[in-house]
Design a protein around this ligand. Structure first.
Ligand code: N7H
Length: 483
């Protein structure tokens, strides 16, 4: 069985959160840092701790107590530069991690500028600097989180003459208010579909498609790179952080200006349908593969049914009737597009566990009126996997950014043949063009799989920073990162 006391809590379980602060730091005094770590480690929330917290939350609800359970949970994660700074030279056997996200940004398709061979992504200044690690604190309210973060900063002497770390920057995420607290800023319910991890998730929901723990945790069963990795990497996981801004009024304007025209649909319903076909789910969370033309809030709220689908029409070449190939959830988790008989490609190694949180204010009436973003908002995207190369990096580069995917994707029965007359196009949410050209998607109109719709020049999601990290096990932290 997995040692849940050894695994950081955000990886398996997820830190319970209404708000979360990511504190990015550099190590400035290695010996002092390792000494401070001994005092810091007991603060870390493990996956076993998360199970207890969840029980406390359940009990609180059961007793109908008012408000939220006061809570502040801490995890820590290190970049490749951070490991180097600490004198940890082992190769963790992941190219993207070793390269670092700033240098990986060109391949990811992030906007930026080129000077000779050197590419600089158009990111916020702090993310262009070296970052050694991130400490993050999640909790029920700003008070709980700030108090905990102050305790942690005190341990490392932040801001004093005996500091062992210095702040590079910090960012705060907050779930949205009221009814939309589980929805991201475009308005869609999020956090529905994550893989179940064998030996951890006891009762997987339909559609969670359990995977072996080694696809998330290093050196566990299923980790194809296990042999190449040092012993201390066991039960750690790579954390991908992306600072993603969302252009919400612009997104809304695009939907309003391009309603899908179908008999019986009002203009407004046509716009909602376009949004649903871009994401693959209605704002309620109901999957369009099950309910293609009309939202179904009851289905959306039913955890036994809202993720229970495969892309049933996938083997009918080019048929995008129920869900376009380019829909965000189909691009990022193609389900049986690659796996259904007679095809068989193992996509378990592409699964990621998503743990993001929203940031920024609600759209103001001024922004709505101007159809233009004036205030930064979006998603602090976080995901875990036992390989960034096979997980986030691959999904972004080879699926979301690849207009042809799934054509030519390799399966045991050979590459997937062209879909009759259909080029799926980009993932309209996160697909970035690399270099010039226009971004198109097809299949937005259920009646005509081949018509293309051209996306605006201004992407709806704009990356403004990020880094790749490794979240070590508690044992590793005690033996390699502390004295
Ligand atoms: Fe995505 N969105 O609002 O459109 N995502 N995502 N994502 N995403 C998902 O099924 C969104 C991003 C995945 O298992 C839902 O839980 C936004 C990145 C994967 O069926 C919604 C942003 C990457 C899934 C969104 C964003 C992914 C998924 C449906 C950026 C990886 C699960 C809710 C601002 C490279 C697919 C759900 C499955 C679901 C949105 C980013 C990947 C609504 C706004 C960068 C694997």
């Amino acid at each position: 069985p997995l040692d849940l006391n050894n695994i950081q809590g955000d990886i398996l379980g997820g830190l319970p959160k209404r708000t979360e602060t990511y504190f990015f730091f550099d190590v400035t005094n290695v010996d002092q840092f390792k000494a401070n770590m001994a005092h810091f480690i007991p603060h870390i929330k493990t996956s076993a701790g998360i199970i207890k917290d969840r029980e406390a939350i359940k009990e609180h609800k059961r007793q109908k107590k008012p408000g939220l359970v006061p809570m502040a949970a801490v995890n820590v994660s290190f970049s490749h530069l951070g490991l180097q700074k600490l004198g940890i030279t082992d190769d963790l056997s992941d190219n993207a991690f070793t390269t670092g996200q700033r240098k990986d940004a060109e391949i990811l398709g992030d906007p930026g500028s080129k000077n000779g061979d050197a590419f600089t992504p158009a990111w916020e200044a702090p993310f262009l600097k070296d970052i050694h690690g991130v400490i993050f604190v999640a909790g029920d309210c700003h008070g709980s989180v700030n108090k905990k973060l102050d305790e942690i900063k005190h341990i490392f002497g932040v801001g004093t003459s005996h500091a062992s770390i210095s702040e590079v920057t910090h960012v705060r995420g907050d779930v949205r208010p009221g009814d939309v607290h589980a929805h991201e800023h475009f308005g869609f319910l999020d956090g529905i579909s994550n893989p179940a991890v064998e030996q951890f998730d006891q009762n997987p929901l339909p559609g969670q498609d359990p995977i072996r723990p080694g696809f998330i945790l290093a050196k566990e069963n299923g980790d194809s790179r296990a042999a190449a990795r040092p012993d201390w990497a066991k039960d750690g996981s790579f954390l991908t952080f992306r600072y993603l801004f969302q252009m919400v009024p612009e997104f809304d304007d695009f939907l309003e200006s391009n309603p899908i025209v179908l008999p019986g649909l009002s203009r407004k319903e046509g716009s909602e349908l376009l949004g649903a076909r871009i994401v693959g789910r209605w704002k309620s969370g109901a999957p369009i593969e099950i309910t293609p033309l009309k939202d179904d809030p009851k289905l959306a709220a039913d955890a036994q049914r809202n993720n229970k689908f495969d892309f049933g029409d996938s083997l009918v070449r080019g048929d995008q009737t129920k869900c376009p190939f380019a829909a965000h959830i189909r691009k990022t988790y193609p389900r049986n597009d690659l796996e259904g008989p007679p095809l068989k490609a193992d996509i378990d190694n592409r699964r990621i566990i998503r743990r993001g949180i929203q940031f920024g204010p609600e759209v103001t009436s001024q922004e709505h009126h101007d159809k233009k973003t004036h205030h930064g908002r979006g998603l602090l995207f976080v995901c875990y996997s036992s390989s960034i190369d096979d997980g986030f990096h691959f999904i972004q580069e080879s699926w979301a950014n690849a207009p042809n995917f799934p054509v030519n994707a390799v399966t045991s029965a050979g590459p997937i043949p062209p879909l009759d007359g259909v080029v799926p196009g980009f993932d309209a949410i996160i697909g970035q063009k690399v270099g010039g050209g226009i971004r198109q998607i097809s299949g937005t109109n259920p009646n005509d799989p081949t018509t293309n719709i051209t996306l605006p020049d201004q992407d709806f999601v704009v990356p403004r920073g990020g880094e790749y990290f490794f979240s070590p096990s508690i044992t590793a932290l005690k033996t390699k990162f502390a004295i």
